[in-house]
Design a protein around this ligand. Structure first.
Ligand code: IPM
Ligand code: MN
Length: 356
């Protein structure tokens, strides 16, 4: 019996990069001896422009039957900003209860970082971002909208259950053999005294009761933004809320070499989880075979790890390092090879267990 994988290639360069991610996934399946069924879904801008709906009624029930989803990118110049983000990405995160957004931040050998004097041994941490609550719940409203007295309220929702399950995921992650048993809570306890009081109490109570072996630490979100640039080596696993996590993971993506290599997972540990490259749909590069697929390949690697194939995920990362050593640059159009060539290099490495 194999895995059930759903694929949402999406818009722009999404289909090109997911194709390479799947090529590598297939190489891993062949090499490590597991099978899977793949179902493709055409959700994205083209379907929305044709039908007027972001997702069909059946989408959640369909996706739920799968173990994991590989998503390319959604976004198109002819669709107003926010529609596809809310209607597809944010909707699915919530409907599938993918309560963790996992963002590994690892500078791979051969990748340029803007941080002077820091290398792969210094930039290697993961951010566990709460993915269903906080400022992302669309709680709030307008008063006297459109008048000079207008009031807009946008509330941050933090439930004990939601905070606790995210924290537990992060504590567990810190215990993984490939981590170092250190967990940093990133918040704003000095100003946001309701939300971060709850997070702070839950963090310490859970840590004392169930994870005494995990070393706890705390950083304000503004300070962590500074330390990412100055001392990224201080961090192992970081846990934070939805909004802060959104912001700090883009900054972190830059110190690991940019959106061309950064991937993320929307995770419910026991249910269908969704993996995506961080870069957008890059419509201007669509169909040219010049976009860098490494982030989508990294997303496929995260999917392997989620599917309890850590040995395959490690090979994918090694294959990426090998491909990077052959590439002239990670920038679109400057790689010295095409999108599919990068996928071929990684897939061959994974298939053969090394560079032939
Ligand atoms: C991310 C993205 C999304 C977010 C957008 C596209 C809605 O920025 O995954 O970080 O804000 O969560
Ligand atoms: Mn973001």
């Amino acid at each position: 019996m194999g895995y059930k994988i759903a694929v949402i290639p999406g818009d722009g360069t999404g289909p090109e990069v997911t194709r390479e991610g799947l090529k590598v996934f297939k190489a891993a399946a062949d090499r490590f001896g597991f099978s899977y069924d793949q179902t493709d879904y055409d959700f994205g801008a083209a379907r929305y422009l044709r039908t007027g709906e972001t997702l069909p009624e059946s989408a959640v029930a369909e996706l739920e039957k799968h173990d994991a989803v590989l998503l390319g990118a959604v976004g198109h110049p002819n669709v107003a900003p926010g529609i596809l983000e809310h209607g597809i990405l944010l909707y699915l995160r919530r409907a599938l209860d993918q309560y963790v957004n996992l963002r590994p931040v690892k500078l791979l050998p051969g990748v340029w970082t803007p941080i002077k004097d820091k290398g792969p041994e210094d930039i290697d941490f993961v951010v566990v971002r709460e993915n269903t609550e906080g400022l992302y719940t669309s709680t709030g409203g307008f008063l006297k909208k459109g008048t000079p007295d207008e009031v807009a309220v946008q509330e941050s929702v933090n439930t004990r259950m939601g905070v606790e399950r995210c924290l537990r995921y992060a504590f567990e992650y810190a215990r993984r053999p490939d981590r170092h048993g250190r967990l940093t809570l990133c918040g704003k306890t000095n100003v946001l005294t309701y939300a971060w009081d709850l997070w702070w109490r839950a963090f310490n109570e859970i840590g004392d009761a169930d994870y005494p072996d995990v070393k706890r630490d705390y950083a304000h979100v503004d300070a962590i933004s500074m330390w990412f640039l100055k001392n990224p080596e201080w961090f192992d696993v970081i846990v934070t809320d939805n909004m802060f996590g959104d912001i700090i993971t883009d900054q972190a993506a830059m110190i690991q070499g940019g959106l061309g290599v950064a991937a993320g997972g929307n995770i419910h540990p026991e249910r269908c989880s969704m993996f995506e490259p961080m870069g957008g749909s890059a419509p201007k590069y669509e169909g040219l075979n010049v976009i860098n697929p490494l982030a989508a390949i990294a997303a496929a690697g995260m999917m392997l790890d989620f599917l309890h194939r850590p040995e395959a995920a490690v090979e994918v990362e090694k294959g990426m390092v090998y491909a990077i050593s052959k590439m002239e640059s990670l920038a679109a159009g400057q790689m010295g090879m095409g999108t599919s060539d990068v996928g071929d290099l990684v897939a061959r490495y994974v298939a053969e267990g090394g560079a032939a």
